[in-house]
Ligand binder design. Structure first.
Ligand SMILES: [Fe+2]
Length: 119
């Protein structure tokens, strides 16, 4: 589930970056883009670890619980994707509450190429 969390942050964070950039909040934009870059590196690192050390190359989806799926596959992406059409402060607050430290809570998106089998 840790790997899934890294992938989820990497995949879902962009709408928040676009919202703060649209408001000209450069310091937050710099922070969030750096954060996104770091999370993307974590995706690659943990995928390589799973492949080469743990030899866990199959689909790991069966490790995800129902509550995990609801929170990280539905609620969190929904909160962040809402920013694409409504970048208001209220929507940003909802997205940040949902996004708060998720990389290490582990979540994933189905059929993500890095999550699925890697040759
Ligand atoms: Fe991370």
């Amino acid at each position: 589930m840790f790997q899934a969390g890294e992938e989820g942050v990497t995949s879902d964070l962009l709408p928040l970056i676009m919202a703060v950039a649209g408001e000209g909040r450069i310091e937050e934009e710099i922070y969030l883009t750096s954060f996104l870059w770091e999370e993307a590196k974590h995706v690659e690192f943990f995928r390589r670890w799973l492949d080469d050390v743990a030899v866990a190359r199959g689909d790991l989806e069966h490790y995800l619980t129902l509550s995990y799926r609801q929170l990280f596959l539905i609620e969190l992406p929904s909160a962040l994707n809402a920013l694409k059409t409504d970048p208001s402060v209220e929507t940003q607050i909802r997205s940040r509450a949902a996004e708060r430290d998720p990389p290490h809570r582990a979540r994933r998106k189905p059929a993500h190429p890095l999550w699925s089998f890697s040759p």
